[in-house]
Design a protein around this ligand. Structure first.
Ligand SMILES: Nc1ncnc2c1ncn2[C@@H]1O[C@H](COP(=O)(O)OP(=O)(O)OP(=O)(O)O)[C@@H](O)[C@H]1O
Length: 272
């Protein structure tokens, strides 16, 4: 089926229409990861993807990033059909892939080097991005001189240096300890407000979803479909100990429980 760009799509950060992904489509190993995703993300919106392991949350981020093609439906970002990666959409992974032989500022400005920017321009943009993540003083250090949390902040600075309109984050804080993760959440909210970018953030943590999101997209077990979308109408800065926050955590836990049970049953059947 052909999908025309929705008429409002030029003003919308991300539009998914009937988006689906079957890995190894057309082969014996065909594996449907994601089905029929319809989703609109507004500019500057913070959206969290929550769902059982293997339901296709990362797959959807890769489709939106343009790193993988949808096998069904289509995706647009600010009116352009997503077919290839773009500096407008930056992806940050759980494990940062900083180049260990480059300094922090060289890592941050790596994308600009590929675009042919001069050394002075790269250093200026890197300094500005590092200032925004509170790491300007670490410009000339190497990644192995930094803690895990600092390395993730460098990864955020590297993404910000490209001035993305959409920041795609795949469990970016999963490898961090609980205290560092809480601080990184506060830091990310500051960066998000400052940048005006839309953030699409994958997590397994319900408390993280309630702390961060404007809306939480809850996925079913594989093939992942949108089960429901829960708005998080809590004022910011959020009191995560409020009765309203607790009610949202309970609602999201209930929504997830069935899907996690289904995902477990399927994984057991596959490995039996
Ligand atoms: N490159 C790939 N080739 C083939 N299958 C893949 C590939 N990447 C992911 N898959 C499969 O697609 C399904 C969805 O995977 P995906 O990583 O998107 O899920 P997820 O919800 O992000 O999982 P998790 O929460 O465990 O990270 C899984 O069954 C996975 O094995």
């Amino acid at each position: 089926m052909a999908f025309d760009a929705p008429h409002f799509s030029s003003r919308t950060a991300v539009v998914c229409r009937g988006a689906g992904k079957t890995w190894a489509a057309g082969t014996k190993r065909a594996h449907e990861a994601l089905r029929d995703v319809d989703l609109d993300i507004a500019p500057g919106e913070f959206v969290v993807f929550l769902g059982p392991s293997g339901c296709g949350k990362s797959t959807l981020l890769y489709l939106i990033a343009g790193l993988e093609d949808a096998t069904d439906g289509a995706i647009w970002s600010f009116g352009d059909k997503v077919e290839t990666p773009s500096p407008q959409r930056s992806l940050i992974f759980q494990e940062t892939s900083l180049f260990p032989w480059l300094t922090v500022w060289q890592n941050v400005s790596f994308g600009l080097a590929i675009r042919g920017a001069s050394q002075a321009e790269r250093r200026r943009v890197a300094a500005e991005a590092l200032q925004r993540v509170g790491l300007k003083a670490a410009m000339d250090k190497r990644p192995d001189e930094l803690s895990g949390g600092m390395r993730q902040r460098v990864a955020v600075a590297r993404a910000l240096a490209m001035r993305p309109k959409v920041l795609l984050m795949d469990e970016p804080f999963a490898a961090l300890d609980v205290q560092t993760r809480a601080r990184m959440q506060d830091f990310l909210l500051d960066v998000w407000r400052d940048s005006g970018a839309s953030v699409l953030f994958v997590t397994h943590h319900i408390d993280e979803a309630v702390a961060l999101a404007d809306r939480v997209v809850v996925f079913t077990a594989r093939p992942g479909r949108i089960k429901t979308i829960v708005p998080i109408d809590l004022p910011r800065p959020r009191n995560l100990f409020s009765r309203e926050a607790e009610a949202l955590r309970i609602q999201l836990t209930d929504l997830l429980r069935d899907e996690v049970d289904r995902a477990f049953a399927e994984q057991e059947a596959m490995t039996a």
